[in-house]
Write a protein that binds this ligand. Structure first.
Ligand code: TYM
Length: 331
């Protein structure tokens, strides 16, 4: 039996180099060895206000980006969260088991409620429970995510414990986070003390997967670095430079030590020029494939429908078992 992998991205902003390096690049590598499910978390996006027209368009755009980045809809089950209603149904059962205190500890809730002071809704608070439902519905073994999602994964594991304490074992598999060794936290380009975020208002802080070459070059060349000259990996004292080196290392496959050696005696500017070129070259075929896919929404709809149908068959099995276990009548 192959292990089951599941992960997703919330449909907000633009997918960034951070999402690619921290998550999707790993998803791509896992697709050959495991049974993988990758989805678009469109319901999670609703925890902040979304213009309906933009959300619809962005859902297609994210889906096309997943495929353009190398996720194969034949090898994996790729689907949209709201197309499989079992996610919200399981989320309700889990909501009734999760103490408020556990949700209060979530750093992402704290950050997001500081950012969206006028819309601190209950969905923002219960967001990690829906995430747990996403994972547990599919009997997931491994969840490849960036560092920022680790706490939500821990909560998901706690929720399995709450369920088992009340109803006994055997209904859910205990999932584990899979966090890459390199690039699990790509930092903002202008402000390397905070993570690169796809919903950042300042678009100079991130490289979007579908940025054109000019934009990419400009953003990387103007990335904040320190006033030193030595090209040395030192996240504490040279956060900006070290971030660029991490991106370089993951995209080129060269180790940090190799990069330090190659850039001995050279200036930060040299590294930025080369990195900009590498990012442009990496993303160029992705952009081309993306543009192509976006021309045919009917084809995207077909793929989405087929992904949802395949996901739902699996989701249904778990949800039926849960309903039976907790005492809901089933016919
Ligand atoms: P999201 O959409 O914020 O991010 C998608 C994935 O990208 C990773 N990531 C990063 N990795 C490295 N550096 C960064 N700067 C960076 N920014 C983001 C994230 O860790 C994530 O792996 N709640 C999730 C979506 C979700 C989900 C799930 C994930 C919903 N249900 C179930 C896994 C399993 C989110 O908003 O990710």
């Amino acid at each position: 039996m192959k292990k089951i992998i599941l992960s997703g991205s919330t449909v907000t902003g633009d997918l960034t180099l951070g999402n690619y390096i921290g998550a999707i690049n790993n998803w791509k590598q896992l697709q050959d060895q495991y049974d993988c499910l990758y989805f678009l978390a469109d319901l999670h996006a609703l925890t902040v206000y979304q213009d309906p027209k933009v959300l619809r368009e962005r859902t297609y755009s994210f889906f096309a980006q997943y495929i353009a980045l190398g996720l194969d809809p034949k090898k994996n089950i790729i689907f949209n969260q709201s197309h499989v209603h079992e996610h919200t149904e399981l989320a309700w059962i889990l909501t009734c088991l999760t103490p408020m205190g556990y949700l209060n500890r979530m750093t992402q809730f704290k950050e997001k409620s500081e950012k969206h002071v006028k819309n601190i809704n209950a969905g923002l608070f219960t967001y990690p429970i829906l995430m747990a439902a996403d994972i547990l519905l599919y009997q997931t073994d491994l969840v490849p995510v960036g560092e920022d999602q680790r706490q939500h994964l821990e909560l998901c594991r706690d929720i399995v414990g709450f369920f088992e304490n009340r109803y006994g074992p055997g209904v859910f598999k205990m999932p584990e986070a899979y966090v890459g060794k390199m690039g699990a936290r790509i930092m903002s380009l202008q402000d390397p003390d905070k993570k690169m975020s796809k919903s950042d208002e300042n678009d100079k802080n991130f490289v979007s997967i579908i940025d054109d070459a000019k934009k990419i070059e400009k953003k990387i060349k103007s990335a904040t670095t320190d006033s030193g000259t030595d090209i040395k990996f030192d996240p504490e004292n040279k956060a900006g430079l070290s971030n660029l080196m991490t991106i370089y290392s993951v995209l080129s496959g060269k180790s940090i030590a190799e990069l330090e050696k190659a850039y001995e005696g050279k200036m930060y500017g040299h590294l930025k020029v080369d990195l900009a070129e590498l990012v442009v070259e990496t993303l160029k075929p992705v952009r081309e494939k993306y543009d192509d896919l976006m021309k045919n929404k009917d084809h995207l709809d077909e793929l989405l429908k087929s992904g949802a149908d395949r996901a739902q068959v699996k989701a249904r099995v778990t949800l039926d078992q849960v309903y039976k276990t907790v005492g809901l009548l089933k016919y």
